[in-house]
Design a protein around this ligand. Sequence first.
Ligand code: PEP
Length: 249
Amino acid sequence: MKYFIGNWKMFGIPASIKIIDRINNFLVRDKKNNKKYKIIIAPPHTLLQDFSNKFKTKKISICAQNCFQKGDFGAYTGFVSAFMIKKIGINHIIIGHSENRASGENDVIIKEKIFTALKNNLNIIFCIGENKNEKRKKLTLRVLKKQITNVLKKNYNLKKIIIAYEPVWSIGTGKVPKLRELQKTAFLLKKFLKSRFGGKYNFKLLYGGSVDNKSIRNFKLIKELDGFLIGGASKSSKKFIDIIRNFYK
Ligand code: PEP
């Protein structure tokens, strides 16, 4: 099963449901391939309840983009908890996105977020990735391993966690890793995950960073990847659908 996950970031109003409607229409008609992939869309908190109600009976899942790290309710103005997200019928959440890390989320906070998300039985898309400087110093793998080991515990229900490798320098920039480089990182990451967490569970690994209808033609050659986290291109039904079309072409 491949995953195509759209991260809308700070985008969307109630009328934006038409984007997901069009994607859903494509999915329903794509009889040849639609059993091979899962589509998940992450709109902002303001749209979660409405969209999740509308898509309750559909194959597309609606996903949250983040949650607060502590408690079910509390004196945390402006934040929402994993508990509140779960209670409106959401089953997926993105945690550790580099844009949130850039505004102060560190591994300690991300660990707490994953803990509270697991407690509420949410499926987690856990984002990791190196920045430009770390890449230049050839620290990519070391950084990724640290981001994982600082946060994931061996006794967690790992089936609830999908890893999204998103090089920070690639997000929203149009720059993507070289095919061979990404293949190697994906291979070594999966090998590391197996050795650290035991061979029983095969982690799903996504790539994210400037995925569009062109770059997908190369990415689809990497068999270690179980799917893609798509930012900018997920705000357009056409661009998002073209990515899936080109993946199966
Ligand atoms: C993202 O926000 O997770 C992302 C991958 O963005 P983009 O596709 O725009 O690079």
